[in-house]
Each structure stands twice: as C-alpha cells, then as structure tokens.
Design a protein around this ligand. Structure first.
Ligand code: ADP
Length: 441
C-alpha cells in the first residue's frame, strides 16, 4: 500500500470505528429512554383506568392488574403504606422519587429494579415494578444494526469520493510528471477544478507549456547554430563565383546590347535569386539589427510585385495589389522587401498547378498603437494544419525540394521590426498571410 493511501486509511478506519461505537451507544441510550417512557405511560394509563372504573386500591386489584400487565403492582398512599404490604423495599424517600412530578414518572429504587409511578388520586399512587433492563440489552437491536449499516455504507462512499477526488488524480500526476518535457505530453484534465488539485494541475500545465517553449527555442537555436556554420562557409564559396557571373554578365550586356538582352536578364535574375537565398541564410545565421528608415510599404510591395509578376504570369497567377501609397513605417527596406518576396513566391508556388489570384490588401488599426496589417490572400489549397502551427519554424517545409526558410526569415524580419507574422486560412479556403507592422509616428 503506498504511503498516501496508508496515511488516509488509518485515520479513516479510526473514524469509522469511533463513529460506530458512538452510534451504538447513542442508539442504546435512546432505546432505553424510550422503553422507560413506555413504562411510565403504562402506569399512567392504568392509573386513569382505575380512576375511571373507581376500582378499590386493594390487594386483589393489584394482583389482577399485575397478572394482566406482567409486572408487580402496588398502591402507595400518602402515609407511605404499601398495598399489598411487603414490597421488599421501602425507599420511596429516595431523592429520585422525591424529584418526580406530581403525576409520576420512572425511577430506580434499586440498581436492578425500575418503578413507574402514576397518581390515581390525591394521596394515592399506582406503582409498577419490573426488573431493570441493563444498557447492554439495547445495544444490538435491529434498529442499531440498520443505522450501523447505513453509516458504513456512507463511510465507504466517502472513502470512494476521497480516493477518486484526491488519490487518483495524484497518481495521475505522479505517472505523468516524468514525461512533462516530452513533445506529445498532454494537459491534465483536472486543470478545470477550483481546488488545490486544480491548482496543481494548472501549475503542471504551465510548466509543461514553458518547457515546450524552451524546447522549441533550444531546437531552433541548435538548428541556427548548424545553419550558421554551414552558411558562413557556403556563403563565401557561393558569393564569389556569383559576383563574378554577375559582373561578366553586366559587361556582356554592355558589349552585345540588343542581340541577347533577354537571355542576359534571365542570367541576372537567376543570380539575384542566388544572392537573395544566400542573404537569407546569412540573416538567419547571424541576424543583424534592422537599418531603420522611414519607408512606404506600398512602394516596397509594388516593387516586389513588379519583380515577381513574370514568374506569377508563368504560373498563371494574377496579383491584385490594392495598396495605395502612404503606409509609412520605420523599416529596413532590404529586409522588408525580402519578407514580401518570400510571401509572394510562396503564394505563386501554392497556386502553380492551377493558377489563381493573389490579393494584397491593407487595413490600419489603432488597437494597442497604430498598426498596418497587410494581408496576402491567395486562392490555393490553403495552409495545412501543421503549416499553421509550425510554418514559421526553421526548416519546416511540406514542399518537395523546399528548405523551410522563407516564412521563418519573414517572421524574424517582422519581429525585428516590432511586428508579427500570422498564418491562417481565408474563408474561401486559400492561405491568408498577414503582416502586422507598427506604423511610423
Ligand atoms: P518552403 O517554401 O521552402 O517550404 P517556407 O518557410 O516558405 O518554406 O514555407 C513553409 C511551408 O508553409 C511550406 O512548405 C508550405 O507547406 C506552407 N506554405 C507557405 N505559404 C503557403 C501558401 N501560400 N499556401 C499554402 N501553404 C503555404
């Protein structure tokens, strides 16, 4: 037996035993009192009968009545004369007898005898005598056993409620506590209780959430550290040849103007993509504080839309930009442009199979400071529930060949600007990515 059960069982058993004894005693005393009351009532009824029938207080009457009632019967007058004489005792002067009210009652002239006295007339009483029933006679009668049974049933119910309400949840905690830091640990159902067990469950849950957050942050930091090592080496290896390709393409552009313009601009666009990718890696590996300056979000987004319109057209995606200039924020133009590019590229990818529309809108709120909320809503299949929960985690990707960097970088960029990125699905089913950015004063 574990120690909490033992701790509860011992006092509980003591309570049941003491309670049972007290009950037995109380019922016994009560039964005895009732029996004495009945005896007194018997004396009163018979005294009234003698009075109404005008029976003589004679030895014969006493004998006849004694046979009917099964007790010894006497008449006692004011001079302390007993009829029939020789009752075997003459203790009517006992304090108990003196204390009886005028109409009579029950008293014990001797330890083994009970006498019920009732007044017949002025100066004359009827006395019934019987052997006294000791308390033990009354202890285990059917009524006592019934009440005891009910008390035990209640005690068992109480034990069950205690076990269910305290011991069982505590056992649940003990079983779950070693797994609190695991990824799929679950909240405790007792958290909704208002008592101490509920407090314990809530403390467990908040520790669980805290540990989960810490685990996520640690994993992210580990991933970043790995990425940092990789990136620093790779960036150097990639940037140099890319810079050379870019430089020579630009030289060629000047030399062979007109003839190969389209192909050269494709090479430049592709090198720009490589540069942007490397720049994203570098940003994640060694994030720099943003270089803030007032800039218009509408201008930045228009520029991203312009750059990505050919890719969108190729995927049969129409970009509907509904922003109007004047959305001024304090931001890092290069980083913000990177964030918008990432979101638009993701939307184009999400709709590349069947084409669709990407709508860009803005609403300004003044809830907790003035904010611009830019939403990008597409008509693709929308985010999966895993992507909504973990889309901004580094390396989370559901795309074939995807690296899972875009949304993570975007979210970091927004955070560095005091804003946030939110992922949701629009009522129409497509993905809705919204950027919350504080407006410049
Ligand atoms: P990657 O594009 O390399 O997968 P991201 O971080 O840009 O990495 O995106 C993470 C995941 O979020 C994607 O793999 C995809 O599952 C989901 N996602 C992003 N944008 C959209 C979108 N517009 N519609 C549906 N899912 C999206």
């Amino acid at each position: 037996m574990n120690s909490l059960t033992r701790r509860l069982t011992l006092p509980f058993v003591a309570f049941v035993v003491a309670g049972s004894l007290a009950l037995v005693l109380w019922i016994g005393v009560e039964e005895q009192r009732q029996s004495r009351e009945q005896f007194a009532a018997m004396a009163r009824t018979n005294a009234a009968f003698i009075r109404s029938q005008n029976l003589p207080a004679s030895e014969r009457t006493a004998q006849a009545l004694g046979e009917v009632l099964g007790v010894r019967v006497y008449f006692l007058d004011a001079l302390n004369e007993w009829t029939p004489p020789g009752s075997g005792w003459d203790k009517t002067s006992t304090a108990e007898y003196q204390a009886l009210p005028a109409e009579g009652g029950v008293f014990s002239p001797e330890i083994s005898t009970e006498a019920a006295v009732a007044r017949i007339a002025q100066g004359r009483s009827l006395v019934l005598l019987r052997a006294a029933e000791p308390l033990t006679e009354f202890l285990f009668r059917p009524r006592t056993l019934g009440v005891l049974g009910a008390f035990w049933a209640l005690s068992l119910a109480l034990a069950w409620v205690l076990a269910r309400g305290i011991v069982r949840p505590l056992r649940g905690f003990v079983a779950r506590l070693p797994h609190i830091a695991e990824e799929n640990s679950e909240p405790l159902p007792e958290a909704s209780r208002t008592d101490e067990i509920g407090q314990l469950a809530r403390a467990y849950d908040s520790t669980r959430t805290q540990l989960a957050d810490e685990r996520r942050a640690r994993e992210q930091a580990e991933r970043l550290a790995t990425l940092g090592k990789m990136t620093t080496g790779l960036a150097h290896e990639i940037n140099n040849p890319v810079a050379a390709i870019k430089l020579h393409t630009q030289l060629l552009e000047a030399e062979v103007a007109g003839a190969h313009d389209e192909r050269l601009s494709i090479i430049l666009a592709e090198t720009a993509k490589i540069e942007s990718l490397v720049s994203q890696w570098m940003f994640l590996a060694r994030p720099q504080p943003p270089q803030l300056a007032p800039c218009d979000l509408a201008d930045l987004i228009s520029a991203s839309v312009k750059t990505l319109t050919p890719a969108a057209a190729h995927a049969n995606v129409k970009i509907i930009n509904q922003l109007t200039p004047g959305l001024i924020v304090n931001g890092d133009r290069r980083r913000l442009a990177q964030a918008f590019d990432n979101i638009i590229i993701n939307a184009i990818h999400a709709m590349s199979a069947r084409g669709g529309e990407l709508k860009i809108e803005c609403r300004v709120t003044s809830d907790k400071g003035r904010k611009n909320i830019i939403s990008f809503t597409d008509t693709g299949a929308g985010f999966s529930s895993a992507a909504i929960a973990k889309g901004t985690e580094l390396f989370f990707s559901e795309k074939e060949g995807g690296m899972g960097i875009g949304l993570s970088v975007t979210s970091e960029i927004l955070r560095a600007h005091g804003g946030e990125l939110r992922l949701a699905n629009a009522a129409s089913g497509g993905a809705e990515v919204s950027l919350h950015l504080p407006a410049a004063n």
